[in-house]
Design a protein around this ligand. Sequence first.
Ligand code: SPQ
Length: 744
Amino acid sequence: MISSNSKLPKVAVLGLGLIGCSWVKALKTANCVGYVSGFDRNVDSMEYAQQAELIDHYSLNINDVVKNADLIIISVPILAVADVLAQIKDSISSSAILTDVGSVKGNIAKAVTQVLGADFDRFVLGHPIAGSERSGVTAADENLFKNHKIILTPEKRTSAKALDLVSDAWKITGGKIELMTVQHHDEILAATSHLPHLLAYSLVDTLANDQENNDIFNYAAGGFRDFTRIASSSPIMWRDIFIGNKDEVLKALDLFTADLQKLREIVANEDKTQMMGTFTRAKAARDHFTKILARRAYVDSMTSQIVNYVAKPGGKLSGEFRVPGDKSISHRSIMLGSLAEGTTEVSGFLEGEDSLATLQTFRDMGVVIEGPHRGRVTVHGVGLHGLKMPPNSLYLGNSGTSMRLLSGLMAAQNFDVEMTGDDSLNKRPMNRVADPLRSMGAIINSAPNGRPPLKITGGQPLKGIHYELPMASAQVKSCLILAGLYAEGETTVIEPAPTRDHTERMLKGFGYPVEVDGPKVTVRPGGKLTATEIDVPADISSAAFFMVAASIAKDSDITLQHVGINPTRVGIINILRAMGANIELSNEKEVGGEPVADIRIRSAQLKGIQIPEDQVPLAIDEFPAIFIAAACAEGTTVLTGAEELRVKESDRIQAMVDGLQILGVDAVGTEDGAIIKGFGAQGSFNGGEVESVDDHRIAMSFTIASLRANAPILVKDCANVATSFPGFVELASGCGINVSAEIE
Ligand code: SPQ
């Protein structure tokens, strides 16, 4: 490691511009270099650099400068690199390591081969992604690279020692090293940096040549300024870059020209839908743009920060409010809206990461989707056969529902698709959908043990099946129903116990015939979906946290508005009532085929119960919250028949039992459930630190436990709450829970 105790003895910097000088200034400031010599074609620059103590020595002879240097930094214009190498070739010491800072890597790699030979292993190609409005030696800034990406593109021939030394020298500047191939670098930079510069030069030049140019420049507003700022960059530097990266720039330019031509036609035809398609896709991409540069757009959760919840003891709940939209219904509104003919208007859409992942995948498959804006989404359906092959693999974040339902739909398309997710989703079992789909004729490959990513081969004719679900799962049922819309003959799914039936209800709402006969659901191909309006009710799974919270916190009285009370989702109400909760429903009505109601909850002393197994699928996502209720109850609560909880976003039995034990509760996990001894009216949770284990429902459950705790509870790593409940902390603290989010 380079440090002040183990300095680089001698560094030579060739080309005393902003980048080279800022780098050596950072090395000097950190006291990590013994001696710096510099060379530039401009003598004034060399004199200035020496006076400013950026370099210790300069010479008009470039060979004097590189002699005995341990690290030679070449920061000359990229087309000059070959000449510089040819000049210094014989003066480079046998152990010297060389590097460059140019914006194009392919042509530098060629120059190294030409001048130093194909086996030369001591040249590390580099490119710091940093710059400044100012240029030249006078602008040198030791902080220029702090927290900026430094791309290094080692080749096969590059020695590990050389790569380590250059990486270490960059780390001293505070830059973040990223490694990629030369080819990948040049492709990415052509698209994200070189093409925009070319367009800015071109637009300004076109407008400047326009006869009306005075007016144009006089009245040019922010848009013009934002778009064309980079046209005042150095013409020489950019000339060299366009020549150096010609092939990749031309590829990017051809792609852009073709798309621009299409956009021209769209504007000429006043095609509003296509315009919205282009603009909404572009807006979504721009909103993620820093991640796109790192090829991680839509791949990271929206916040990459570590967020912990600090929940202080005590508090009571009051007020009337609405929790965000139902996640399951939001997913399905995008899926079925996309497959419909016509325009579907959705209101109350959940703007959480899971449902947004579904929305993004349909955009990726060519569906024009406007919004979401305050829960309103407009989906311009493409019909059952209108989806297009996505440009990349579909990234589904944390969302099991997206991956499982989409599996059925994708198996029936005529294009190949790969679906992947975050670490949690990539551990969840997918054979439950892949196996029956395979028996319908689908070709699906997965990682070992049926885990994602799933690769689905397009163009496979599907045959209807008669399938008895081995587990109660709405996701598997819905997956097969969606595949059944495309399969030859009849597809019948039989469930062992009722599970949420939003897919069946919504299909009917879109005018697609679905036959439901007790546990049997049957669909046939050949129908069509007709666009409709969808009012997404508030999510009972999100309401559950407040139902438990108001029950366990003394003197609480809240009303949750417009909550979905689909009979396949009301296990939480039935179970809490059986435990003695005070819950009243009012204002019951049906919206778009889904029953809703306002739910009033007042504090009550709960008692432990044996949870009826028939309620388990109806409350499957609510058990983390129910475990908190059970801990506060008088007596023991026993849960059985809930082994499915072990394969959710986390093993929810283990996660809850571990956390409850940390908080002093007598709880044990069993294979298919748990036994929780409640502490009753006089007891309380201890304070402590619990893990969310990257599961939104675990995070929110331990937060509400604080209402009955005797000391603060710290819930670790809660950014995942954004998957299903954006705004949870604000809503919870607004109604009386003492919780705040703290960024680590
Ligand atoms: O989408 P995901 O990650 O699977 O979400 C969960 C949740 O807690 O939010 C499960 F972990 O909800 C599932 C639910 O458990 C949503 C769902 C649906 O929309 O069809 C069905 C249930 O899953 P399953 O496996 O029982 O079909």
